[in-house]
Design a protein around this ligand. Sequence first.
Ligand code: HEM
Length: 355
Amino acid sequence: MNNTIGNRSETILEHLALDGAINRLKALEVPADALVWHRFFGALLLVLLVLLFLSGAFMAFYFSPAPGSAYDSVDYALFTLPFGDVIKGIHHYGWNLFLIVMGLHLVRGFWIGAYKAPRQLVWVSGVLILLLVPAFVITGDLLPWDQKGYWSTQVRISIMRSVPLVGDFMVQLLQGGPLTGIVALTRFYVLHIIFLPGVLVLLMVIHFHFIRHRGLCGPLSGDDLSRKTVRFFPVIINRWLILFLVVTFVLGLISWYWPAPLGDPADPTDSTYVPKPEWWVLFLNQLVTIFKGAWSVIGSVIIPGGLAGLLIALPFIDSSPERHPAHRKMVMLIAALLAIAVLVLSIMGYLEHHA
Ligand code: HEM
């Protein structure tokens, strides 16, 4: 009986010309080291990304991208549609968790020196993903057309406008004119659901291409698990599927009990509304407040750009083969100082805006 089902599925695969690909997948072996707990972050990112795409696609069925109707369409989907709160909540809690897990994935890669040769481009493609992700949050924030999204966008637009030489052009490109209206909403929507996901998927394919061809780095010491191997299919794939079900259930439950927030409808005439920066942007926001007037470009462009450049260049600056953290004291010290600076700025921002 089972044999008949097996034969039938093989014939279907042959008809679809997928038999070769499936056989290659079945034969794929990865180091047993792929199962260590801290590799969980990469798998979790993958699962969250799928959930973000799925929940976003469902929300797009009901979303109306025009200033007069966007808010009502979100309100309807959130409070009237069956499971609308669960779908929106999965998207909302999903991206917050995605940012946290991406930070942990990066710290782990840094800690064990996973960016070193021959994995420099695994790291670089990862950093490019990291730099792209805030654009999702920024474009997504405006879509519900509520007070918070509208006025946070005004803050971001004014920071962008203050960038010398290209600021005005970038704002014109992004919102099609001096005001945030229907053209801005349409462009933010298209960026959020088509352009940025396309670039992200491309970067993900590049990230996995390098992981596949450069291999995962082995443990720092102790048992060399990497010499043993496990089958990618079904061992790793099954873990990803279980993780997907667990994360969907947990995020769904959280969204059911604590629906995602939706503020009052946007009122462009109410300039008394002061948006509070979100947790992940507190340190950047603080930098912008520290450097004022002619110096503002230091906080808005030079320091963030310098940090991004440093992250991308890390594998080429710290190019010694030594991976153990205890033997990379200088790099660890610089990273610790930068982390402390980000933390202190974030706490200052939190006390100023949220306490
Ligand atoms: C959409 C976001 C991302 C996804 C889905 C993703 C996924 C993965 C997966 C599944 C792995 C293999 C398992 C593991 O080691 O965890 C991996 C490895 C790796 N990722 Fe990412 N990643 C993402 C973003 C990033 C970022 C932002 C960085 C850092 C800049 C990064 C750097 C690395 C490195 C260096 C490795 C190799 C680890 C090793 O060899 O041990 N990734 N990633």
